[in-house]
Design a protein around this ligand. Structure first.
Ligand code: HEC
Ligand code: HEC
Ligand code: HEC
Ligand code: HEC
Ligand code: HEC
Ligand code: HEC
Length: 375
């Protein structure tokens, strides 16, 4: 390349990370060629790479796996898993002009240790793959189906949802239509890397239909509303503090029908899409029969000891009735108060080690973040 082009590239690559940081939404930046291959052919050889071991190395090269003669959808250089994986312990890979959030490291990332190797907000699939199935969701391209669970626990709300992703996420995302999506697309159903559409981390229900073409009849043709809201931390909580973190959408009303996401846009409604019983059959006040979620964090009693507005805990976070204007009375309990959706070092993909939660033992953190008088 010419010297001039070289300098333009250098200054672009210095500037772009700043721009990327300023964007609060998901829209990708950077050279098309980092992510796309026009013909899946370069110097006469196939380009796309995928399969076990694919991931970015420390120098920004996609390594491992095997070269794919069959081109990928959307002309991509690899799959969802391939591009969001790394063979290093870094959890954000910087290419010229792109920052790639890593959700699967083939060597252990750090946990709850802000810095370049810290597992991102969703956790990491490392532990489910390498330690035990109960450390995370078993997803296609990383793990085989869970050895203990033949469906999503708490699944059979209304007796329905006998299909696809409600049984396992370890099948390929290729079945018939939206109903049988496995893998990453079981949860990130319709990714929109190139659009700033206000959808939190591409999380939608299966009726999400940006054009509202009328497919989603059971939610009253509000398919365009079938998505999750929230305020996204710009580095996915790789670094975080009491004031720098994601702000999740919560809700407190009863879920009326199947359109939980449409009504509430809450992260708990999202999980309830596959684990509905754990919200719909929890009771309505103390004594609860299952741990409550999408309920307010009381301001009195032992709960009064946790003020997430001023002392937010990334270990035991809350959602908000209005994430843009977080207030103490608007703090809500959610599934992610206790779980990491991708996986964690602990059983049941919990955010902390449940074995260390011992009543009367003087402990702190985890359950004691809210149950401040049980330690
Ligand atoms: C950081 C990676 C990345 C970069 C850089 C990138 N893309 Fe994409 N692109 C994707 C992914 C991933 C998808 C498929 C999933 C989706 O749409 O969210 C996609 C989908 C697309 C689509 C189909 C869906 C749509 O939104 O229309 C087009 C067209 C496209 N890209 C064009 C481009 C062009 C042109 C450039 C350069 C100017 C570019 N992309 C740069 C990652 C990237
Ligand atoms: C070739 C690389 C590439 C591929 C393939 C790819 N992604 Fe991404 N993805 C990216 C990059 C880069 C970002 C970060 C965009 C940004 O800076 O916000 C991203 C962001 C995301 C996010 C977080 C969005 C946010 O709000 O920050 C999710 C979720 C995601 N991708 C899921 C997927 C899924 C599911 C697939 C497969 C359908 C996929 N990705 C395929 C490169 C890729
Ligand atoms: C698309 C369906 C689907 C969604 C949405 C979903 N799950 Fe799951 N979940 C499953 C399936 C299937 C299993 C059982 C197999 C496995 O572990 O992968 C499971 C298992 C689990 C387990 C037990 C893990 C183990 O192996 O012991 C926990 C905990 C869990 N999910 C929490 C969540 C949380 C929290 C959310 C929301 C962020 C969520 N799930 C969203 C389908 C889903
Ligand atoms: C069970 C549902 C589920 C599955 C399966 C799933 N994700 Fe996620 N993902 C989530 C949720 C929920 C978040 C938001 C986490 C948060 O903000 O605390 C998220 C966040 C992300 C992010 C942003 C980084 C972060 O950690 O916050 C990326 C990138 C991403 N997912 C990619 C993927 C890829 C790639 C796969 C497949 C290998 C995948 N996800 C599978 C639910 C899921
Ligand atoms: C983010 C805050 C938070 C965390 C973390 C949390 N809880 Fe709770 N817990 C609550 C709230 C709020 C209630 C319901 C209070 C009410 O009655 O309004 C509750 C209710 C309960 C109840 C039922 C009480 C009753 O009155 O029936 C038990 C038991 C319980 N929690 C145990 C735990 C355990 C064990 C952990 C750790 C695994 C835990 N909680 C973590 C906030 C939390
Ligand atoms: C207060 C903390 C807390 C909240 C909130 C919470 N969970 Fe859990 N969850 C746990 C703990 C602890 C376990 C494992 C031990 C147990 O069940 O006592 C668990 C286990 C699970 C399991 C595995 C069950 C099995 O059969 O192995 C699933 C699935 C699950 N949770 C999903 C959810 C979903 C979905 C939500 C939100 C609707 C949620 N959890 C909210 C603490 C919580």
């Amino acid at each position: 390349m010419s010297l001039k082009k070289f300098f333009i590239l250098i200054s672009l690559s210095l500037l772009l990370p700043l721009f990327a940081y300023a964007l609060s939404d998901a829209k990708v930046t950077g050279p098309c060629s980092n992510c796309h291959t026009m013909h899946n052919s370069q110097n006469g050889s196939a380009v796309a790479k995928d399969g076990a071991g694919t991931g970015w190395d420390g120098s920004g090269q996609l390594t491992g796996g095997s070269v794919q003669g069959t081109p990928k959808n959307n002309l991509l250089v690899t799959s969802c898993v391939g591009c969001h994986s790394s063979t290093t312990n870094q959890t954000i890979i910087n290419l010229s002009g792109n920052r790639i959030p890593i959700v699967f490291n083939t060597v252990p990332p750090a946990y709850m240790t802000p810095g370049p190797t810290n597992a991102l907000a969703g956790g990491n699939f490392y532990w489910a793959k390498n330690v035990n199935d109960d450390r995370g969701h078993n997803v296609y391209g990383i793990s085989a189906a869970d050895s203990r669970l033949s469906d999503a626990p708490g699944r059979n709300e209304g007796g329905g949802c006998m299909v696809g992703c409600h049984l396992t996420l370890a099948n390929p995302p290729t079945g018939s239509g939206t109903f049988y999506q496995g893998g990453c697309q079981g949860c990130h159903l319709k990714p929109s890397h190139h659009v700033d559409n206000g959808i939190y981390r591409f999380l939608t229900g299966m009726n999400y239909d940006p054009n509202n073409s009328g497919y989603a009849t059971w939610v009253g043709n509000y398919g365009y509303q079938d998505y999750i809201k929230g305020t996204e931390d710009p580095d996915w909580e790789q670094t975080n503090s009491r004031t720098k973190h994601n702000y999740y959408q919560g809700a407190t009303g009863a879920y009326a029908g199947f359109g939980h996401n449409v009504e509430n846009h809450s992260i708990t409604a999202f999980c309830s899409g596959c684990h509905g019983v754990f919200h719909s059959n929890m009771g309505t006040s103390s004594p609860w029969i299952r741990h409550p979620n999408d309920v307010s964090l009381p301001t009195t009693g032992e709960y009064g000891g946790y003020d997430p507005v001023n002392s937010y805990s990334v270990e035991a976070p809350v959602a908000w009735l209005d994430p843009a204007n977080p207030s103490r009375t608007g703090a809500v309990l959610m599934c992610l108060s206790c779980h990491r959706p991708h996986g964690s070092p602990y059983p049941s993909m919990l955010r902390w080690d449940y074995n260390t939660m011992v009543a009367g033992g003087g402990g702190s953190g985890g359950c004691f973040t809210c149950h401040t008088q049980k330690n």
